[in-house]
Design a protein around this ligand. Structure first.
Ligand code: FAD
Length: 345
């Protein structure tokens, strides 16, 4: 009872007007800033402009000061840096302690994190400590024109509807944002800002985990998220060997091969290739959808591609409504023709 009362009192007494600034968690690994951070800075800039506040980045690690310039160049006006040997590798306790202390001290109005493995772990821990809410896996953010609070939109009920969630009475308003959905901030090397060093001190028992070893998986190819061209296949391939034809086209174009979930479920291709709501979200320059019907869950992962080229035998397939170029035909005739034409170049 006593705990409940304290929580209620805390909730009722929060002065939300004391909270200002849009913060972006500048996730870095091995001294490289994750691409989603640039997307968060692009989106954060728009939000900050609408509520008339500043855009800040929060950077944690060891000897990472040099990364501040990259964050300024992508629009951050202020970079909070927590530098400590214990922050070299991500650990929940260490990062939560440092960033929560900064939230308490500087009171940001909005905190955005990428919906990466780290962001999905860190975000909820920070939200609990700050006694506020968190909307996970957002695909759209906007400021309410009247109330000036953050409207956070994410797919719900298996992607069948988009839910808009608000956090009116608590600050900060926190979201994790799906990578590959927002536009990246523009890069301008001449932009500069202010560095604020955060105090970092750990006591015995603060960090309950120890990293013994880091074993990296060997990646031969670029990830789907970074690919500029994706050749994706669906059940229209008819058989798993159909992906060999897609791989041929992909090799000609320097592209990656993607797939619909139905092909993954059928065991035709590994889940790492799956695009969509329960797979990877991509935003390549060109997306080939070959024998894919265009279910809403698939579209959720690729509809922001610059150009979508769909090949489908069924002229009523929903993918043809989303596609910029639609070819109504059998992919086993169309793709070899495209390969032949590319060979002539
Ligand atoms: P189909 O719907 O069977 O479409 C095959 C298409 O190929 C048809 O349009 C047909 O006209 C065409 N075709 C047939 N033969 C040829 C040919 N020779 N040449 C050219 N075209 C041909 N799906 C995803 O993709 N990604 C996800 O992340 C995902 N998440 C999901 C999450 C949930 C909670 C649920 C419920 C579903 C999810 N799905 C997802 C599944 C999704 O609803 C669809 O079932 C799936 O995308 C269909 O895959 P498909 O387009 O390959 O197959």
């Amino acid at each position: 009872d006593a705990i409940e009362k304290t929580e209620v009192e805390k909730k009722n007494t929060q002065d939300i007007s004391a909270y200002q600034g849009v913060w972006v968690f500048a996730e870095q690994r091995d001294g490289k800033i994750m691409p989603v951070v640039m997307e968060l800075l692009g989106e954060g800039k728009k939000l900050a402009k609408e509520i008339g506040t500043e855009l800040c980045a929060v950077l944690c690690g060891h000897n990472v000061d040099f990364l501040a310039d990259e964050l300024f160049a992508h629009g951050a006006e202020k970079v909070y840096i927590a530098d400590h040997g214990e922050l070299n590798t991500y650990r929940t306790d260490a990062y939560t302690k440092v960033i929560y202390s900064a939230i308490e001290k500087y009171k940001p109005e909005i905190v955005l994190l990428g919906a990466t493995h780290i962001g999905r772990d860190l975000g909820p821990c920070l939200a609990v400590k700050a006694n506020t809410g968190l909307t996970a896996d957002c695909t759209q953010l906007e400021i309410d024109p009247v109330g000036k609070y953050l409207k956070q939109t994410r797919p719900a009920f298996g992607g069948n509807l988009m839910a808009t969630i608000v956090c009116k009475d608590h600050r900060p308003q926190m979201s994790t944002v799906r990578p590959g959905v927002m536009d990246k901030a523009q890069y301008d090397r001449s932009l500069k800002g202010e560095v604020v060093k955060l105090e970092v001190e750990f006591n015995d028992g603060d960090i309950r985990t120890k990293v013994i070893d880091i074993v990296k998986t060997v990646k031969n190819q670029v990830s789907l998220t970074d690919a500029e061209i994706i050749v994706s296949g669906g059940m229209g391939l008819g058989k798993p060997e159909g992906f060999e034809l897609l791989q041929k086209l992909a090799d000609k174009l320097g592209a990656m091969v993607g797939a619909s979930r139905a092909c993954v479920d059928a065991g035709w291709i590994d889940h790492s290739h799956q695009i969509g709501q329960t797979g990877t979200t991509v935003k390549p320059k060109i997306y080939f959808a070959c024998g894919i019907s265009g279910a809403i869950q698939h579209l959720a992962g690729m509809q922001n591609s610059d150009y979508i080229i769909a090949i489908n035998t069924n002229e009523a397939a929903p993918i043809l409504e989303t596609a910029d170029f639609g070819i109504v035909g059998d992919l086993y005739q169309v793709i070899p023709t495209i390969i032949e034409e590319l060979d002539k170049l």
